[in-house]
Design a protein around this ligand. Sequence first.
Ligand code: BG6
Length: 469
Amino acid sequence: MKFSHDFLFGAASASYQIEGAWNEDGKGETNWDAFSKIPGKTFEGTNGDVAIDHYHRYKEDIQLMAEMGLESYRFSVSWARILPTGDGEINKKGLEFYNNVINECLKHSIVPFVTLYHWDLPLTLEKDGGWTNKRTAEAFVKYAEVCFRAFGDRVKHWITFNETVMFCGLGYLKGAHPPGIQNDEKKYFQATHYVFYAHAKAVEVYKNLKQYGEIGITHVFLPAYSVDGQEKNILAARHANEYETFWYYDPILKGEYPRYVVDQLKEKGWTPDWTEEELKTLKQNAGGNDFIGLNYYQPIRVEKMEEALLEQEHSRESSTLAPGNPSFDGVYRTVKMADKTYTKWGWEISPQGFLDGLHMLKGRYGDIKMYVTENGLGDEDPIIEGEIVDVPRIKYIEAHLKVIKQAIAEGIHLKGYYAWSVIDLLSWLNGFKKQYGFIYVDHQDQLNRKKKLSFHWYQHIIETRGEEL
Ligand code: BG6
């Protein structure tokens, strides 16, 4: 079987992780520009000031994507380039940069798939309470509209937010991302609520503009398995799915929060301050979602925690999703299992976990269209005689594309695959040491680009529409 012609083979990136040019052409400062410069926050103090200098090298990068045969490129817009203070004046130079990127993609027949928010928030908004302040949600809607009007004649695929659980969880529970707050559950749930509200409003605005493209949201997908057949662990896995998955997709697709979580939040005093109008907005716009995006790297294996560890000190290491950590509410912990395979950074490799998870989503949400908006292997790639021989990455992506093929055959509505990442880029907390790309960036030699083995392999997969998988 070949993948159908309306299935998009793509790859992805995010503004902060590639662009650099952090203070050029009128761009405003962001939460990450500030946070990454606080000592100890990132691996070896790496930051996105230069990143891989895509801002100045986008033509070369898109040329390489075209050579790879990429059908679609998922990238994010940096809000602070467009609206430097979040909700004030528009910066024309910012619009110009993304117009250039979009036009360059189209010149090479690459479909631009645009994420509006991949974690870099204008600092002005962060200082005013960030996602715990409704002002940020309202500002986002304004920013989204500016982007729809400026780029919507050519961009027909929009993702509002990337992985709410990550930027809110790491920002307000673990303190590993800005604003660096730990163990504040009330703020965490408040922030997620304003994100969902901002999403719903942006969907409403988009539909009213009648640009006839599609819009959705992307979350990291961490389907939970119980470590064994014991009832307490099965219940712990359910708990994890309710909090890590349904809390994130229910308000989008059903327009309401999962009852299981809502009841517990009430008991604990963690319910967001929400208004009738906000809840109504979620409900009214749920039908406007055209798809959901899934960033899948690994499932989680869960066991009930016998002793609650509520006041946790979090380190950068404990925040990077490797198993062995208690859940924020002390109900369960994630476990590394002897019979599973893990990457160098401790993430489980489990294509089957994705297939099972897709069936769980279909069971809950029906036939919604889905895109895999991220999937890939973080590795320290071997270099042999100057060639980057990233065989483990090829094996990883191959195994996941195989289950995607199977899922489609089993009736799952999947319409595209975006490998993370198109090119080696800055990892938020792991610097440049952890690589994901098809294209290597030489930090010892003026950030020169070089094709990896996986570049040629993916080119062949696209050319043959995955027939040999
Ligand atoms: C996803 C993010 O969560 O994981 C990406 O959307 C990120 O931006 C990717 O780079 C990999 O994470 P890490 O920690 O391995 O760099």
